[in-house]
Design a protein around this ligand. Structure first.
Ligand code: NAD
Ligand code: TDX
Length: 321
């Protein structure tokens, strides 16, 4: 199976490409080769693919998912699509939403049209838990209606619903995943874990939004990628899978752990005005992917965060920009 990974030079995409090319996936997922399609925006980085760039089974195409002609040519040569390319940062979407609608909605629709035209076997659309909006108590199941609050999550909800509509209308084998917050090596330093880590390592202060009581479910990126491989291999057409099972932390708790891992104290925390429309808590019920596909997360947040901080400490050449 020749697989097209959009956004494969980004944070999660580059971990996924490594996972797909790993020996245990050669037979299991039947992946014979991987093509990365990535526009190399500010978030895409050649360095993220350094470990696999000499692998003959990998082809990297610099291009835009909104380029219908390029997408059509590529789709004709692939059996499966893992679609991760997106504008991904909430704060940027609050500052300017245009690229989010253009890339996340129109880009996804361009890929779906081409996938139908070429009879692609499987299309995994990588969505997010943010499409459900905030939940004060309990956890969203896949049946909860989307109720997004930020321009980012609204654009992801649009693309998520389009993907499911292409299954219902055209019979395309679409599988949608909605994952919680990822952390791990090679994440862009705009996101809170690498932002705080790199600033602490540089002796700077870190900006904690509002009262710091917002809650996120933190999942190691390798657990997310294992779940995506399972959905590609064993998922069902038209089905949505929540992916979670990390550890829920308030931003204050997360900050506490990062301060400890970097040998710093609360004096380095700057309390700044809250993010507009800041969602209080995201939480997904991930029993479907556990019961149907046998997924469970393997990484504990304690070890995972410590390892992640150690990675940033030891790999300055990979994140200094
Ligand atoms: P990222 O910002 O690190 O990477 C996005 C990649 O997409 C980059 O390599 C970028 O160059 C590429 N890209 C952007 N616009 C493009 C375009 N028009 N054409 C082609 N390529 C383009 O994002 P990430 O954190 O790795 O997230 C990947 C996907 O997973 C996104 O769809 C995101 O919504 C979803 N997701 C992320 C998280 C998380 O915690 N980071 C959680 C759940 C879901
Ligand atoms: O400087 C900061 N200070 C701060 O307090 C930043 C950048 C963030 N925060 C807070 C806001 C959030 O409550 O930390 C929390 C996490 O923020 P982000 O890292 O920006 O992630 P989030 O907004 O939760 O969205 C992430 O998870 C879901 C990804 O960026 C999305 O792509 C994914 O879909």
């Amino acid at each position: 199976m020749r697989t097209l990974v959009t956004g494969g030079a980004g944070f999660i995409g580059s971990h996924l490409v490594r996972a797909l090319l790993a020996p245990e996936h050669r037979d299991g997922a039947g992946v014979s080769g991987v093509t990365v399609l990535d526009a190399f925006t500010y978030a895409g980085d050649e360095r993220n693919l350094r470990a696999v760039r000499d692998d003959a089974r990998l082809d990297v195409v610099h291009g835009d998912i909104r380029d219908a002609s390029l997408v059509d040519t590529l789709m004709a040569r692939h059996d499966a699509v893992l679609h991760l390319a997106a504008e991904s940062h909430v704060d940027r979407s609050i500052a300017a939403g245009g690229e989010f609608v253009s890339t996340n909605v129109l880009g996804t629709q361009t890929l779906l049209e081409a996938a139908v035209r070429h009879g692609v076997d499987r299309f995994v659309h990588v969505s997010t838990d943010e499409v459900y909006g905030s939940v004060a108590e309990g956890s969203w199941t896949e049946d909860a209606p989307p109720d997004p609050n930020s321009p980012y999550s609204a654009s992801k909800a649009g693309s998520d619903l389009l993907a499911l509509a292409y299954h219902r209308t055209h019979g395309l084998d679409v599988r949608v995943t909605r994952c919680s917050n990822n952390y791990g090596p090679r994440q862009h330093p705009e996101k809170v874990v690498p932002l705080f880590t790199t600033r602490l390592l540089d002796g700077l202060t870190v900006p904690l939004y509002g009262d710091g009581r917002n809650v996120r479910d933190w999942l190691h990126v390798e657990d997310h990628c294992r779940a995506l491989c399972l959905v590609l291999e064993k998922g069902l057409a038209g089905r949505t899978y929540n992916i979670g099972g990390g550890t829920e932390l308030t931003n204050r708790e997360l900050t506490e752990r990062l301060l400890a891992a970097c040998g710093a104290t609360w004096e380095r925390v700057e309390h700044v005005p809250d993010r507009k429309g800041h969602d209080l808590r995201y939480s997904v019920d991930w029993s479907r992917i556990r019961d149907e596909l046998g997924y469970r997360p393997l990484r504990s947040v304690d070890d995972g965060l410590d390892e992640t901080v150690a990675w940033y400490r030891n790999h300055r050449e990979e994140w200094s920009r």
